[in-house]
Design a protein around this ligand. Structure first.
Ligand code: IMP
Ligand code: MG
Length: 178
């Protein structure tokens, strides 16, 4: 039985199911692209780095990759709703097809704010892709265009998601049991 700081981890999504779903998502995104120029994938650090790296490797065409770093809530289990941009993207996304990628959509506060921030840079299209979606926890109305799995309102770790930095490198998704 896996544990983090004395809390038990319960398996929620197996590695093979993740792999299959990520390949499907890559095909869905590919089919939605309009132009010939490489789309720009913008990942939110740190949580999205594993999902994003699998996602872009499952694409058949060339894509560009960039990252933003937004302030997280550290050791806490809930978003503060006070999002700071610690690192902006390096690329010029004007008139480009952009896909904003995060590990999980929870209250929606983070993605909604970053979506509006990137929209001001005038991309040709701006779509959002999240690996996990806790639909019932939304504090602001926001839906992603591409969703890997809908998950229950429990605290999760693995596949990039952490609890105080622990658990990111687990290849599966686990519930942190209380
Ligand atoms: P939101 O602003 O509440 O939608 O929070 C989104 C961010 O919160 C994600 O990028 C994650 O980093 C973090 N987060 C939300 N739920 C979880 C979870 O269950 N485990 C780990 N991180 C989470
Ligand atoms: Mg995060």
């Amino acid at each position: 039985m896996k544990e983090i700081r004395g809390k038990k981890l319960k398996l929620l999504i197996k590695e093979e199911d993740i792999k299959r779903r990520v390949r499907e998502l890559a095909k869905e995104i590919e089919a939605s692209l309009e132009g010939d120029e490489p789309p720009i994938f913008v990942g939110l650090l740190k949580g999205a780095f594993i999902f994003l790296s699998d996602l872009v490797r499952a694409m058949d065409r060339f894509v560009f990759v960039d990252f933003m770093w937004v302030s997280s809530y550290g050791q806490a289990m809930e978003s503060s709703g006070n999002i700071k941009i610690l690192k902006d993207i390096e690329s010029d996304i004007e008139e480009r097809e952009v896909i904003l990628v995060d590990d999980i959509l929870d209250t929606g506060l983070t993605l909604k704010e970053i979506y509006e921030f990137l929209k001001m840079k005038n991309p040709k299209t701006l779509k959002t892709c999240v690996f996990l979606d806790k639909k019932e926890r939304r504090k602001v109305p926001f839906e992603a265009d591409f969703v890997g799995f809908e998950v229950p309102s429990k605290f999760l770790v693995g596949y990039g998601l952490d609890w105080g930095e622990y658990g990111r490198n687990l290849p599966e998704i686990y519930v942190v049991e209380d």
